[in-house]
Design a protein around this ligand. Structure first.
Ligand code: SF4
Ligand code: SF4
Length: 97
């Protein structure tokens, strides 16, 4: 998901444009930025973290939810793999709604 900007909250400061390592944003200085290169976004979170108005919402793709969990908790133990598959299927069903 590309970053979503709440234009009502945006103070048109340009910070997101400045910090994005992928140059996803376009910013002219008189309107809230747009995100024409959203496909380049690698979801680092810098824009959402640095936005002084909290105007940027970022949704991580599903694989980015799962991979950090595996990294934190290690590979599934005996009998846990099936539970993880069911949890992933449940998450996918929610995301599709
Ligand atoms: S950092 Fe936030 S407030 Fe500043 S231009 Fe970007 S969205 Fe708007
Ligand atoms: S999450 Fe990172 S790469 Fe994606 S738009 Fe924001 S600053 Fe750029």
């Amino acid at each position: 998901m590309p970053p979503i900007i709440d234009k009502d909250l945006c103070a048109i400061c340009g910070t997101c444009y400045d910090v994005c390592p992928q140059d996803c944003f376009s910013f002219e200085g008189d309107e809230p930025p747009s995100v024409p290169y959203s496909r380049e976004c690698w979801h680092c979170g810098a824009c959402a973290i640095d936005c002084p108005e909290g105007a940027i919402h970022l949704e991580l793709p599903l694989p980015m939810h799962i991979v950090p969990s595996a990294a934190l908790y290690g590979p599934p133990g005996e009998g846990e793999e099936e539970k993880l598959k069911r949890a992933a299927a449940f998450t996918r069903s929610i995301i599709k709604e």
